[in-house]
Design a protein around this ligand. Sequence first.
Ligand SMILES: [Zn+2]
Length: 469
Amino acid sequence: MAQRSLRFLGAAGSVTGSRHLLKNNNEQYLIDCGMFQGARVLRERNWQPLPIEIGALRSVLITHAHLDHTGYLPRLAHDGYRGAVYASQGTAELMGVLLPDSGRLQEEDAAFRNKHRITRHQPALPLYTEEDARRALALLQPQPLDSTLALSAAAQVQFHRAAHILGSCFLEIRLGSGDDARGILFTGDLGRLRQGASQMLGSGPEPPDNVDYLVMESTYGDRLHPDDDVAPRLAELLRAALQRGGVVVIPAFAVERTQKLLFLIKKLMEDQLVPRVPIHLDSPMALAAIEIFLRHTDEFNPATRDLIRRFGQPQNWDHVFFDHSPTASRAINNQAGPMIIISSSGMATGGRVVHHLAQRLPDARNLALFVGYQSPGTLGFEIRSGKNPVFIHKQPVTVRAQVAAFEEFSDHADAEEMISWLRRMPRPPRRIFLVHGEPAASAALAQRIQRELGWNAHPAAWLEEVPLE
Ligand SMILES: [Zn+2]
């Protein structure tokens, strides 16, 4: 009998730091290599060495480009990993933008903390540099969507469309043969099954095949997404803020969410539902991300393709500014409203948006608009929950700006959709491990799976190792 096990090195009891170690006899595979984000207690885990022997790692498999699934890879390369990293073509292209940017932001952030002496560590160090990120990217071996790849004589992986973001996949791994064969499916992040107005990708996730073990995300395991059309409420909020001369600050992940918003806001402006004001895309990678996005229009639904046809490339819109350099970013500070700033990170845990929030939150004319998941412990979560003042770079900042949030932009399946997706699995897996969820969300989904499907589901614990029999 083969010796097999699975160990949860992250995204167990939390939504970030996805890393799962799969052992098959003497072969070891890491599925996702994400960075912990959010509360300090989580971020500090990034500084603990991975409890694996890097030399024994045969390959790294990536579900999708989000940093909570890829952001630790440069550190792995820094620590000596030289094996293959497999990801879909779209994911590989997005990582080519995201990882160097992540390295650069960490270098900028460490420099800022050292300059202003706001660090608990002397000196503050980046987790990794832009150069480490480039070293990691050199290991990438892009794979076509829906393809199957032999990882060894005893293991293969299939990349199925997960419809979460461009290039996203769930991974079906087959180990061994005959009676000893086992299938393990890692969902990564699952996209929406119900197609709403804010969805961009063509269709929902592919149905799952029969497997013996399932490692499933549970971000929205205790919630349902509203199905309302976001456009009228978005238009009303933007119009009110812009008409009072306000600055709208939108913390948004630079890939996918930013493009989705950009095209939606453009449409509202062209339909004269929102005043036509300058839009600043304050991210060094905004332009590159848009170029990748426009290269993969085949993954998008007809409505999105229509918008792209109607408005052309955002690079040519005369009221959109790509603020690539730190100087251009700082210059925004001297500009008065009305205008819109879209900047990352999406949970305001770092990056340029933190500086914009510090500057714009004290003014009652302004609007801070949240369009993504805000994890507890993040600045975004605190502002969204009404905390006042909030502390930014250790300084109190009074929140007078209007604060609003949307759930509808989510690229994650909600609890109902996850159950529907599971129902498509022809027979129940032996075990389901729930990852990538706050404890309450994972527990709620586990109960629901038990109740509605009669299947056994277990929220994974951080560093827990389970045998796969
Ligand atoms: Zn994701």
